[in-house]
Design a protein around this ligand. Structure first.
Ligand SMILES: [Zn+2]
Length: 388
């Protein structure tokens, strides 16, 4: 296939408009600067202007996922091109929403993570339209909310959006491929005591002492987890205690103490299994502190691992697309968590830009890479048609 022509001016115009549309995630706060709503409206308008069939779901009040479907004419697979519309914060960032093009790069908050990917998707659709390429299955482009916080958008789309067979997520990988990453589970463990005046500690039960017994047991659990057989791509699972709160003042026997813990899971581990492991670690703490009363909270973040197989059609197609467009390819795990496992189908991560720039105060992405990303997606989509 000859080199695919990309409309760079249009690509820059699309990406600049999206950078200007501030969409900082509020991270659970009821409001904040640059709500995702305006960005969703902008992205929806762009999808509509390309002649796509538009869909939208309000995931949480005022925050919508938006998608557009390019209809196929046969029974080929439905391919999802997915990206998040939100960004991280901008504290200390000079002119975060004023896009600047310089030396082949475009700068601004969200440029790399991951509005460049969304802009590449628009170019994919423009190409398929312009060339009147027949597709056997549908291609859906979706912008989801809330990736940077709790991934509510992709979870909602996976459960309630249109059914898809394969997905590509354009998180920045320098156009290399990630087929796997760890999952993450955050929860709170609380010990309960009985308050009393500290001059009469025997009248109470000290929840902080009880947490001491728990911490010993959890340290053993962390050691055990770290020594387990690693996943071939993701490496070893881990467990860590990250925060502690407890008591009220020095003169009271504390009636509560709580810790927040972080468990990184590898493919094959589920949060249900992790909860069982935590309960059995707590049971061993109990033998050291007989009166120990505790509870393990429902996880306040629960992200599954990604585990897409090397022989999945989407993996093979994106691998050969990368080889065709940039001449080489490396398949590895993605360092963080992403929306990818939530789409409920074989999914690979491959996008323009470097993760190192993502949350920095000098975010940018190379324009050549966005162009190549669009070419890679086009190649992959076309090869998925022919193999069906
Ligand atoms: Zn991202």
């Amino acid at each position: 296939m000859s080199k695919i022509e990309i409309d760079r001016d249009q690509l820059i115009a699309d990406l600049s408009a999206m950078i200007r549309s501030a969409s900082v995630n509020t991270f659970g706060a009821p409001s904040g600067i640059g709500a995702e709503a305006a960005m969703a409206e902008l992205f929806e308008a762009k999808l509509r202007s390309l002649g796509l069939e538009i869909g939208s779901h309000e995931v949480v009040s005022g925050r919508r996922n938006v998608w557009g479907t390019l209809k196929g004419i046969g029974r080929g697979p439905t391919i999802l091109l997915a990206g998040h519309m939100d960004t991280v914060g901008v504290e200390g960032y000079a002119d975060p929403f004023e896009p600047m093009v310089k030396d082949g790069k475009i700068y601004g908050r969200g440029s790399c993570d991951m509005k460049a990917g969304l802009a590449a998707y628009l170019e994919v659709i423009r190409y398929l339209r312009r060339t009147d390429t027949p597709l056997s299955g549908d291609v859906i482009v979706v912008g989801v909310i809330d990736e940077e916080h709790a991934m509510a958008g992709s979870r909602h789309f996976g459960l309630h959006g249109p059914k898809v067979d394969f997905a590509i997520v354009a998180e920045p990988t320098l156009l290399q491929i990630s087929t796997a990453h760890k999952g993450q589970m955050l929860t709170t463990i609380r010990t309960k005591g009985l308050a009393a005046h500290s001059s009469m500690p025997d009248k109470g039960r000290n929840a902080i002492y009880h947490m001491g017994a728990v911490l010993g047991a959890l340290q053993d659990y962390a050691d055990d987890v770290s020594k387990r057989a690693p996943d071939a791509i993701c490496g070893s699972p881990s467990f860590s205690v990250g925060m502690i709160r407890g008591g009220d003042n020095a003169c009271s026997v504390p009636d509560f103490c709580e810790i927040d813990v972080d468990r990184r899971t590898i493919p094959g581990e589920t949060s249900a299994v992790v909860m069982k492991e935590l309960h059995s670690a707590m049971a061993s703490a109990k033998t050291n502190a007989l009166e120990l009363e505790y509870e393990i909270g429902t996880p306040f973040l629960d992200l599954p691992p990604l585990d897409t197989q090397a022989d999945a059609l989407v993996t093979k197609s994106v691998v050969s697309a990368c080889k065709a467009v940039i001449g080489h390819v490396d398949v590895s795990s993605f360092p963080g968590s992403t929306d990818a496992p939530n789409f409920g189908c074989p999914t690979v991560i491959c996008g323009p830009g470097n993760l190192a720039q993502c949350h920095s105060l000098n975010e940018y992405v190379a324009l050549d890479q966005i162009e190549d990303a669009a070419r890679i997606y086009i190649h992959a989509i076309l090869s998925m048609q022919t193999e069906t």
